[in-house]
Structure formats: structure tokens, C-alpha cells
Write a protein that binds this ligand. Structure first.
Ligand SMILES: C[S@@+](CC[C@H](N)C(=O)[O-])C[C@H]1O[C@@H](n2cnc3c(N)ncnc32)[C@H](O)[C@@H]1O
Length: 266
């Protein structure tokens, strides 16, 4: 994907909901249930609010939400469609996370969340965020982190070629320096353990069909990324995309990981 349109984010919400790992989510719910007081939650890279809308019903106590993104139009959509209980409050902040003072941004948060953000970030940025979390013992809930797995019903060898090129593209700079891309799920687990966090994690894979709304945009994004990395392979990549899109019932499987982590001693 080259951008994050409201339409694209809304389409992918239909795949995100069923994909989220319910065991990891249960760990978040248990943590929240043991903290009856008002929660302060910062959602990084909030986009048009998919994560807020999914998470809000999980909390019985009042929540102060802070939604952060560098796209003010997406944040406006997020604020207008937020799911809020009567005592909840919401604020939105337009911030470039790449250059933000992360410790200041998340100061006072009980929980930092992010959905489909961390594969964009670099190793130093992730380290800075984890340091900021660890300094205050803040909990982390990260979902739908792409982990490099991709399968389709098209010829497996062609899918592997496209996947490898997409994963190469994923490691290019997405504004935070060279991105961790498909390596971030493992880097996140290690970084959390290194800082005495106790991560609970699991798969949250998308399973969609070629005819689903948004699937064509997903495939187009992969074609564009793969062709950028290997222009000489463009005809093969285009043929692969045509094969995937020929059968509207064809399966597309995309690997993700979810993490919930609190400090071992809090
Ligand atoms: C894949 S979208 C995920 C959006 C949302 N969390 C969701 O799950 O639907 C990544 C989000 O990160 C935001 N983003 C990317 N780079 C950013 C940056 N440098 N600073 C702040 N937000 C950024 C994008 O605007 C986009 O909303």
C-alpha cells in the first residue's frame, strides 16, 4: 500500500475484526478488568479509528482516549465515528510519530495501542517506544502486525516471488528510517522481553477472498510494491495479479501477529 485512505482502512476493518487474536485480546480484557479506575489509552497511528471502535466495548470503566496520527482528515473521521460511553473522553493529536517525543506523548497512559502500524517503523524507533513504555511500566497492545506470510490460490511459486518482493519493499523507509517490515513481530517480542515485559502473543491472519471489497486495492498495492523493487518482473507480477483476481472466491491469506504485554513486576 502506498497510502492509507479512509476507504481502504474501512475495507480492511472487515478483515481485521475476525482476524484479531481472541486469546491475546482476553489477556487485555483481564488486565483492564483488574483496573477498575479510569483508563488513559493512547492509540498510535489511529487512522480513521478502526482500533478505537473495536476496543472501546471491551472496557467497562471510563476511558480517556488519545488518538494520534499524522493525517488530520483520518483523525477527524475517527473522532466522528468513535465508540464512546457516556463518561469516556476523546482527544485527537496530529503528530509525526517519526520525530515525536514519544515519552512525552505517552506520559500518563495506562495502555498504548497500535493497529497495523509497527511494520512501518525502524528498529531505533521501536527501541525508543519500548524504552518510553518501560520507563513508566505502561502496558502495550499491538495488533495486526504484518509478519511476512502471504498465500493465495494462484501458482505458489509466483505468489512466493511477489511475497519476497513485497517483503523487500516493506523493509524500505516508510518515514521512520529503514522499516522493520515483516521482522517487526519478532523484534517486538524480543524488545519486550529484554525490558522485562511478559508478552502474550498470537496469530491474527487475514483470510479474505479475491472478490471481497478492498481485495483489489490490496493486490494493486502489492503489484505496485513488487514492481517497484523488480521492474523487470512486472509482466510476471501483473499475470500473477490477474490470476488471483480471476476467481472471486479465491483465498488470500496474510500473516499478522498480535501482542499484549505488561511489565513482569508492576
Ligand atoms: C495501516 S494504517 C492503520 C490505521 C489504523 N490503526 C487501523 O488499524 O485501521 C497506518 C496508520 O499509521 C499512520 N502513520 C503512518 N506514518 C505515520 C507517522 N509518521 N506519524 C503518524 N502516523 C503515521 C497512517 O496515517 C495510518 O493511519
Amino acid at each position: 500500500m502506498t497510502g492509507f485512505s479512509d476507504t481502504w482502512l474501512s475495507a480492511r476493518a472487515a478483515w481485521d475484526g475476525p482476524a484479531r487474536n481472541r486469546t491475546v485480546e482476553a489477556a487485555l480484557r483481564a488486565w483492564a478488568a483488574a483496573r477498575p479506575d479510569r483508563l488513559v489509552i493512547v492509540d498510535l497511528g489511529a487512522g480513521n479509528g478502526n482500533n478505537q471502535r473495536h476496543l472501546a466495548p471491551l472496557f467497562s470503566q471510563p476511558v480517556d482516549w488519545l488518538l494520534v496520527d499524522n493525517d488530520p482528515a483520518l483523525l477527524t473521521a475517527a473522532e466522528q465515528t468513535a465508540v464512546l460511553k457516556e463518561a469516556d473522553r476523546i482527544a485527537c493529536k496530529t503528530v509525526d510519530l517519526a520525530s515525536a517525543d514519544l515519552a512525552k506523548l505517552i506520559a500518563g497512559a495506562d495502555l498504548v495501542t497500535a493497529s497495523a502500524l509497527f511494520d512501518l517503523v525502524s528498529a531505533p524507533w521501536l527501541g525508543r517506544l519500548l524504552d518510553a513504555l518501560a520507563a513508566r511500566g505502561t502496558a502495550l497492545f499491538s495488533v495486526l502486525t504484518y509478519d511476512g506470510r502471504m498465500q493465495t490460490d494462484a501458482v505458489p511459486a509466483d505468489t512466493e516471488t511477489v511475497r519476497d518482493l513485497v517483503n523487500w519493499h516493506q523493509r524500505t523507509d516508510k518515514g521512520f528510517g529503514p522499516a522493520l517490515g515483516p521482522d517487526v513481530a519478532v523484534a517486538l517480542s524480543r524488545g519486550l522481553v529484554d525490558r522485562s515485559y511478559n508478552p502474550s502473543e498470537g496469530d491474527s491472519d487475514w483470510c479474505l477472498r479475491s472478490g471481497d471489497p478492498g481485495a483489489a486495492e490490496l493486490i494493486r498495492g502489492w503489484v505496485s510494491a513488487a514492481s517497484e523493487m523488480a521492474p523487470e518482473n512486472s509482466p510476471q507480477i501483473d499475470a500473477w495479479a490477474a490470476a488471483v483476481m480471476t476467481d472471486p472466491g479465491g483465498l488470500i491469506h496474510v500473516g499478522h501477529r498480535d501482542h499484549f504485554a505488561v511489565p513482569r513486576i508492576s
